[in-house]
Design a protein around this ligand. Structure first.
Ligand code: CA
Length: 242
């Protein structure tokens, strides 16, 4: 399983997947000029090939992914990566500005969504925000040996979670959410506060992202995700734990 680890290199590497040559070239050139290392491909199969063939010393820190592609499209690629447990940040590009496509993109695992035509400064801002967010760790002061609630045990320093002794695999965001909840049992968190604490104040997406991640987290920690016992919805306000 490919686990994404936060960017540590000085020049993060961005993978651009875009079939329209003019946009691919423009975006590549622009981001290179911004100091990023850029790998650009023109379809989904090549994108998967690049990701599957990374060696020990190379990693992709961000994917700028077009939605409409020949062969595997942007949604397929998102789903493929997330099912692999790969939580590299994904910025989805699309000419479609309809809410339904935006939500679908986010539900399928994109972290943010940019509608074409977009300005290069906005692209830069979103790339920066996504790269910054992936480097946000849990505050030192919150680190304890273990944190427990019911059958769930979190090992913060090791980024491990067990339920009834069985290790479960969480994405970085899911882990951050669960850590926040478990350290604040029964406290009600609004979606905005969760965005602020887990995604960061500069997050430009919307609060639906929270609901999507809560759903994923429930599917991993709840015996019956449609009748959660840990992660509860507080109607009209947000979520609480326990
Ligand atoms: Ca396209």
């Amino acid at each position: 399983m490919t686990r994404y680890s936060p960017a540590t290199s000085f020049n993060p590497t961005i993978l651009i997947v875009e079939d329209e040559k003019t946009i691919r070239d423009l975006v590549s050139q622009f981001l290179r000029g911004e100091g990023y290392q850029v790998v650009a491909v023109s379809d989904g199969n090549q994108a998967i090939e690049v990701i599957n063939n990374l060696d020990e010393n190379t990693q992709i820190d961000l994917i700028v992914l077009d939605l409409m592609l020949p062969g595997l499209n942007g949604i397929d690629i998102c789903q493929f990566l997330r099912r692999q447990g790969n939580d590299v940040p994904i910025l989805m590009l699309s000419a479609k500005g309809r809410e339904a496509d935006r939500v679908l993109g986010l539900e399928m695992g994109a972290d943010d969504y940019l509608v074409k035509p977009f300005g290069l400064p906005e692209l830069r801002a979103r790339c920066r925000a996504l790269l910054r967010r992936t480097q946000v760790a849990i505050p030192e002061s919150d680190l304890e040996e273990t944190v427990e609630f019911g059958d769930i045990i979190i090992y913060p320093q090791q980024y491990r979670v067990t339920i009834k002794g069985e290790e479960i695999s969480l994405s970085r965001k899911e882990f951050a959410l669960l850590s926040l909840f478990i350290q604040n049992p029964r406290r009600v968190f609004s979606r905005d506060l969760l965005i602020d604490r887990v995604w960061g104040a500069d997050f430009m997406g919307d609060t639906k992202t929270v609901d999507v991640h809560i759903r994923w987290l429930r599917s991993k920690i709840e015996a019956d995700p449609s009748h959660p016992v840990y992660l509860l919805t507080v109607r009209g306000f947000g979520y609480r734990f326990g």
